[in-house]
Ligand binder design. Structure first.
Ligand code: IPE
Ligand code: IPE
Ligand code: MG
Length: 242
């Protein structure tokens, strides 16, 4: 593998279908998906990827049946407690991004605890997107920007640039994803990092998330390393830079 992306993001999809295929409840698919999270985090750490972000629960997912939502939230708490050792053993720093106001106090306290005990880790940064949507992110950034502009902390004559705007996004400080993987055969963004994926490479696989393992991750990286990222330039210009 020649080109290792700095930031890989995964839309972990297909848990429900995986469970259905086996005649299980949907929640069993979500539970099985935790093992895939562990494999992906280990793979990313082993391959010196700096940032791995995982879309775990979208703003729209709040509209699912109540028992699935509460089951998923309990599972998040269990996973945070259960995966503590994996994170510490692999020198992984843990972060969560999303609308925290909708999360339970217990979940928030577990998140804070894990963030704290992994804060001095220097290897992979693992970011879980929870209660997140791309439109929510852009709107909260605009709101924060306007608050600052009104309180004249900003120079109002300066036009708003992409660089300045990005400091208000929930992902500030994190490089944009180089590669976005989506499992389960769906080929859409589902309101994920809309701004941040402007130049991201996409990789879609039919593998359902609970079946996703290190070899599937490796395949995605192999395909990624064959891509030519042009950022609007011509292929000749890119080859000159190389
Ligand atoms: C992804 O799996 C997990 C979440 C969205 C929380 P799904 O639950 O969406 O699984 P499918 O798409 O129904 O198979
Ligand atoms: C996207 O999956 C969100 C997560 C994987 C967390 P969904 O299953 O909710 O997306 P849609 O509804 O099929 O677009
Ligand atoms: Mg789905």
């Amino acid at each position: 593998m020649s080109k290792i992306p700095k930031h890989v993001s995964i839309i972990m999809d297909g848990n429900g279908r995986w469970a259905k295929q086996r005649g299980f409840e949907r929640l069993e698919g979500h539970k099985a998906g935790v093992e895939s999270v562990k494999a992906a985090a280990e793979f990313a750490a082993e391959n010196k990827i700096d940032f791995l972000s995982l879309f775990a629960f979208s703003e729209e997912n709040w509209t699912r049946p109540q028992d699935e939502v509460s089951g998923l939230m309990e599972l998040m708490i269990d996973a945070i407690i259960g995966e503590r050792k994996t994170l510490l053993d692999n020198n992984i720093k843990f972060l969560v991004i999303g609308d925290e106001t909708r999360l339970s106090e217990t979940l928030i306290s577990k998140i804070l605890e894990l963030k704290k005990i992994t804060s001095s880790n220097t290897g992979l940064t693992l970011i879980v997107f929870l209660s997140y949507s791309g439109k929510w992110d852009i709107l909260q950034a605009v709101t924060k920007y306007l608050e600052k502009a009104r309180s004249s902390e900003l120079n109002n004559n300066e036009p708003l640039s992409a660089e300045l705007f990005e400091t208000f996004l929930s992902t500030r400080g994190i490089p944009d994803p180089d590669l976005l993987i989506r499992s389960s055969g769906e080929q859409r963004l589902s309101n994920y990092m809309l701004w941040q994926c402007a130049y991201t490479e996409f990789y879609f696989t039919d593998v359902l998330w609970p079946d996703f393992r290190k070899n599937d991750f490796k395949r995605a990286l192999d395909i990624y390393s064959e891509r030519e990222r042009r950022y609007g330039k011509t292929g000749d210009q890119i080859n000159k830079i190389k």
